[in-house]
Design a protein around this ligand. Structure first.
Ligand code: ADP
Length: 579
């Protein structure tokens, strides 16, 4: 019951529970359906996205590696070409026609100007004899004139080499400043003469940077020992050892390394003219930048799609469930109407007895009022004392009350009651169902009613009105099946789990075919006006709704028995026993 300020809203708990149960059922169904549909639609999409992402990353890394390797190779070729060009520049001096042995300092100055015009990394130029003495020198370090280079590494390498040129590593030399040497030798009149020039690694770096402009890569050149020959000032200093040393046996390749928790692609390529290796380094994040952009767009589109699908599923399921809920409620209402119709139909079978039952008290009333009239007629000289009069009026009263009782019983039964589940004593309920009208009616028809009740029958949770309808229907059917004399036996019994109520008759019984159809709505073997075919189908629905079942046994020509098994609610056991 619900109580608000002034308006008292009364509602039936059971009806509300039933509606609440339907509501909860549909709510659960809606959640399950929504989750199921979301899973079916979104899970494959989700896993597919992850799969594509992994494949995409893989191919992106491969492409990144290939691109960087190709870039390294092309740069390596450019550097190689640069060095070859510088060697050729120096060689050309031997053939310039102005090359005397040794050339005069003023002509060397002219050569240096020419070289610088071609490339500004040339620092100086010198002319050396095969003994290693720098006979002539032009450049910023004038004290190098007449220096003895016979012990210098580059000089010895050039003199002993079969090749007539040599490109040295970066070294400090006499000037104590990083530089590298390109030296060429020429045999003139049986004597070897050497022209050497030194080059500025910083200028070389500027050149290197120009060719790798805009590629977001860091380029360095290291020698075989891993010492920087050309380096970005941010990455390290000249003649420092590089952190990364490429594998010795590979000419070209790419590695994926981690420096300070950041991943880098490192691609290397060894130069053929000089024992140098060009190393390019590219942060993976840079390679991925484009991919991250694409991935973010895909994630946004995916999220949008998933949200749209979710919203559509949510609303579609909501609409569907609302409609199903409405239909379930409507079918519940229909079922209630059907149950009431069946109830009224079984009430109809009572009507024959009713006329007789009401006629009796009416006859008594008519007769007694006749007696009173006679008492009041002086001709008959009857005792009309108030005492006598009261006695007669009491007879009328009793008869009227009896008639009222009968109509009351009928009205009670026919009333459209609302479902209400309560702990019920089935023995008592059966007693009430058959007592009064029914018992007398059976007696008139010469049908004996036997009751074999289990005295310890536990109370069970049922809707008493509905279950009474089931039993009355069984009894009516039994009564109609019996050609008097006969008997109807009502038995109750129980075990740990259930209560069983059997209505057995000695009537006509049923054939197998009949038994197969009796629970079908509108199946009847009775003549029009006597049967509707609703009783058993409605009874079965009622019993099923209470978690029970109906079993039938019948022998054609001998009789039938209908057993209702109803579960004992586990929470309400104990001393709830009927008598
Ligand atoms: P109705 O009684 O209106 O025909 P029911 O659904 O109650 O509808 O019964 C269906 C049919 O089942 C009856 O017409 C009858 O053929 C058969 N039936 C039911 N109970 C019995 C019984 N006790 N003995 C024989 N037949 C029965």
């Amino acid at each position: 019951m619900k109580n608000t300020d002034k308006n008292i809203i009364v509602y039936n708990d059971a009806e509300n529970t039933k509606e609440k149960n339907i509501f909860i059922h549909f709510k659960n169904l809606r959640i399950r359906l929504t989750i199921g549909l979301l899973f079916v639609f979104i899970a494959p999409y989700f896993f597919l996205s992850i799969y594509f992402h992994i494949q995409f990353s893989k191919s992106f890394i491969n492409t990144g590696k290939i691109n960087l390797e190709a870039l390294t190779k092309s740069k390596m070729n450019t550097i190689e070409l640069f060095l070859q060009e510088r060697v050729v520049n120096l060689f050309r001096l031997f053939y310039s026609g102005k090359c005397n042995t040794p050339p005069a300092t003023n002509s060397l100055g002219y050569y240096l100007d020419n070289l610088r015009r071609i490339n500004d990394s040339f620092i100086d130029i010198g002319f050396l004899t095969e003994e290693g003495i720098q006979k002539e020198y032009v450049g910023p370090y004038s004290d190098l004139q007449n220096k003895d280079y016979s012990k210098e590494k580059w000089f010895n390498a050039l003199i002993t080499s079969e090749k007539n040129y040599y490109v040295s590593d970066i070294y400090l030399g006499f000037r104590n400043k990083p530089h590298f040497t390109i030296a060429v030798k020429q045999d003139i009149n049986g004597k070897a003469y050497i022209i050497r020039s030194t080059l500025d690694p910083d200028k070389f770096y500027v050149y290197l940077r120009t060719i790798s402009k805009g590629k977001s890569v860091e380029a360095v050149i290291i020698n075989n020992a891993g010492i920087y020959q050309v380096v970005d000032p941010n990455a390290g200093s000249l003649l420092e050892k590089s952190d990364y040393i490429p594998p010795k046996n590979n000419i070209i390749g790419t590695d994926l390394i981690k420096i300070d928790k950041e991943d880098y692609f490192i691609s290397y390529s060894k130069l053929s003219e000089v024992p140098w290796t060009l190393v390019l380094k590219q942060p993976l994040a840079k390679v991925y930048r484009q991919m991250y952009g694409t991935r973010n767009i895909i994630i946004c589109i995916s999220l949008l799609l998933i949200t749209t699908i979710s919203i559509v599923i949510w609303f579609a399921v909501k609409k569907l469930m609302e409609r199903a809920y409405k239909n379930a409620k409507k079918s519940g209402e229909l079922w209630e109407q059907l149950r009431h119709a069946s109830k009224l139909a079984s009430l109809g079978t009572l009507s024959t007895g009713i006329a007789h039952e009401i006629n009796n008290p009416l006859a008594i009333i008519v007769a007694t009022s006749g007696v009173i009239k006679d008492m009041l007629n002086p001709e008959f000289k009857m005792d009309a004392s108030p005492q006598k009069m009261l006695e007669e009026l009491q007879v009328i009263d009793n008869a009227a009350l009896r008639a009222k009782g009968i109509t009351g019983q009928l009205l009670d039964y026919g009333r459209k009651s609302k479902p209400s589940v309560k702990l019920t004593n089935i023995n008592k309920l059966l007693e009430e169902t058959v007592s009064g009208l029914k018992e007398r009616e059976l007696k008139i028809e010469n049908i004996e009613l036997k009751k074999e009740f289990d005295k310890n029958l536990p109370y069970i949770e049922v809707d008493p009105d509905q279950i009474r309808q089931v039993f009355l229907n069984f009894i009516n059917n039994a009564e109609q099946a019996i050609e008097s004399p006969g008997s109807i036996t009502i038995t109750t019994e129980h075990d740990d789990k259930a209560v069983r109520i059997t209505v057995m008759d000695t009537g006509a019984g049923m054939t197998r075919e009949q038994i197969n159809n009796i629970f079908e709505p509108f199946f009847t073997t009775k003549e029009v006006g006597k049967g509707t075919g609703l009783g058993l189908s409605v009874s079965q629905n009622i019993v099923k709704s209470m978690g029970g079942e109906i079993t039938v046994q019948s022998i054609s020509g001998r009789g039938s028995s209908f057993t209702v098994t109803l579960p004992i609610s586990t929470t309400e056991e104990g001393d709830n026993h009927g008598s």
